[in-house]
Design a protein around this ligand. Structure first.
Ligand code: HEM
Length: 205
């Protein structure tokens, strides 16, 4: 039950918040995503799953957010036999922590690793279930997340609605650089501070 409620709702809600914060910090990317969504939906009242499939830039934003802000920053495994990794000998039953956060920001795998640039995922073969181990926000192997399709569908439809129907600004003249990005860990790795933003209904063409 914990996996279903904790894993199934807190994760997606937290990721949507991370994506919105990153978009607020990167107005160019926010604008580009809104243009893609608003062009694709052409004044429709509702966002539905058919349109979401065509929103390549939105898919890239979700990929990108999970690279920089993995919700499970550490994965735990235990060796089933003695083995050697990078010259280190691991006895049987060694507990190994895989640092997903560091993997997603490894400068050997990613150029400008700390930079939020969704374009790098456009046309890339790196995806959630691929065996590109520089990108493992849902884990890997047979214990990887069971809810990937559901999670991505939920995140994308909520983000698409938020970006389609509203324009966003920080409250009380707050500057982007004043956003505190300190992380904390509850069920998932999330922002320590609550995120507030003002929504104004968008003028649809
Ligand atoms: C963005 C959202 C989510 C992220 C980033 C995420 C990430 C993860 C990660 C990293 C693991 C551990 C994988 C491993 O050890 O290799 C995991 C396990 C799991 N996740 Fe998710 N998850 C998300 C959403 C969901 C949702 C929506 C559900 C269910 C509806 C779900 C169900 C599960 C379950 C059942 C496991 C345990 C799998 C097992 O131990 O065999 N997750 N998830």
């Amino acid at each position: 039950m914990y996996e279903v409620f904790g894993g199934g709702s807190e994760t997606t809600a937290t990721d949507i918040e991370w994506a919105m914060v990153e978009l607020m910090r990167n107005p160019r990317i926010m604008k580009k995503a809104q243009v893609e969504i608003r062009r694709s939906l052409k004044g429709k009242k509702e966002v539905d799953e058919k349109e979401i499939k065509q929103l390549n830039f939105l898919h890239a934003i979700v990929h990108k957010t999970l690279r920089l802000r993995p919700l499970r920053p550490l994965l735990i495994r235990e060796s089933r036999e003695q083995c050697e990794i990078n010259g280190y000998e691991l006895p049987n039953k060694t507990r190994v922590l895989i640092n997903v956060w560091a993997v997603g920001r490894d400068p050997n795998c990613w150029t400008n690793a700390d930079c939020f640039k969704p374009e790098r995922f456009l046309g890339s073969s790196i995806t959630y279930t691929s065996t590109n181990f520089e990108y493992i926000p849902f884990g890997a192997s047979k214990r990887m997340c069971l809810g990937i399709s559901y999670a991505i569908a939920t995140i994308e439809i909520v983000l698409a609605q938020l970006l389609y129907h509203f324009d966003w600004e920080l409250p009380s003249g707050m500057k982007v650089k004043e956003l505190n990005m300190t992380e904390t860990y509850r069920v998932s790795a999330r922002r320590r501070d609550d995120f507030y933003s003002i929504a104004t209904p968008a003028q649809q063409e």
